[in-house]
Design a protein around this ligand. Sequence first.
Ligand SMILES: C[S@@+](CC[C@H](N)C(=O)[O-])C[C@H]1O[C@@H](n2cnc3c(N)ncnc32)[C@H](O)[C@@H]1O
Length: 453
Amino acid sequence: MPPHRVSRRECASVASNLSIVVRDLHAVKSIKQALEQQGLFDRARKITTRPHHTQQQQQAAADSTAVSYVPVLASFDAASLPADLLESIELIASNGSAANGDQVIAFVADGDLCNAQVIPPSDSDRIAQALLRAGPSGCYVSDASCLVPTRWERLGDVVLFPHGTFGGLDGAEKGGIVLRELAKGLGVKAVGVQGEIEGPTRDSKAVLMWGGDGWTTHRENGVVYRFDVTTNMFASGNGTERRRMAEWSPPEDCPCQPSETGSVVVDMYCGIGYFTLPLLALNPRRSIAKVCACDWNPRAIEAFRASLPLNSIDDLDDRLEIRQGDSRLLGLPDGPDEAQWSDTADRVLMGLIPFCWDGLPAALRVLKRSGGWLHLHGNAPDGREFGERVGREVRAAVREGEGENEGEGEGEGEGECASCEVCVCHVEGVKSYAPRVWHWVADVWIRREQTNG
Ligand SMILES: C[S@@+](CC[C@H](N)C(=O)[O-])C[C@H]1O[C@@H](n2cnc3c(N)ncnc32)[C@H](O)[C@@H]1O
């Protein structure tokens, strides 16, 4: 949004939603404490941290830096802050709501208005405003700040709140006006609540409480995903891992110093294309030659195919093969790939939680005979423990695949493997999954002895 200059008078007249803009993020805590002591901190609003573009940066579309907005009461006066803290506030902002809900942020340095810009309100502001608008006839009335849900997920033009928000599904009817205002305020076509993701097909059980259908077009990391939020799951928290997989190359500091770069990838649990789409859309053609993707959920495959043209990927692209079926049978004549993917992959993605051990024999069949990389997902309390378990499971699966007996390889310790080298090179923490349980991904390098046939 282009910067918009305001006069000093305008600046003063919009001082009812006053915030202090703090550039030094380390100073935010002490400024908040000082404001609280003086009764000037506005408890009805949250401290938010947002990117800040200077006027020049905006014009040049350059990188942004983050600043914190500390809400203060209208009676705030900069002189009431201790002098040492004042030094941390390089900018002081008066902001107020414009008619369309945008906030006018006016920057004042050394008492002089130096710049101003219009920024759209945060989703949190929009939700609070919608709840207040719905107030007179809605059921979530009186003090909107107490009712603003603290978590939600925006997936394209649909917003999902945690299960139980708005009093659960029973609240849907009486909350109709509230939901309509929320949808209007957030600029989305539908509002719903999340459901448990469970069962072998990991379907979404989200329920829409306002709005017609759940099909949405969601953008993340420059990739477009088309899916139905009421059927297909989408874990927003896994965005960094999706990008990591797309940009991944073998780590240089890995003790086994592998040389393969991973140009053929098998995605064993592709779902709606969580990893395959970024791999194809973000990766230069020279580093990913082909992705072979499998999932047994027809609803996920349907959504996956709907996303392809939105990412300029042709369904008939020779870089992509999609198969529907049980990926544990991959690499077998009666498997979904009819054994065609056998001994082809440089990398195998095993994106299934809580554990993907069941898929290890198939992963080792599709991995090149000489070896390659596995990316194994799993839930565990800590990464080191997960990495150790991964090492044991992979060595056992290689041994089993090679027909080695438990007793073979005398002198080897538990989990050793006579015919292979297995190195758990890296364990990546994806996100917190439940209290004291994390979702991890282990990048594992395998080198196998070449056997004839
Ligand atoms: C949704 S993704 C998981 C994404 C993310 N890593 C997570 O679990 O939150 C898991 C996918 O694996 C598929 N799946 C699970 N077991 C499978 C199997 N044996 N064969 C093929 N697909 C399977 C499910 O249908 C689902 O689409």
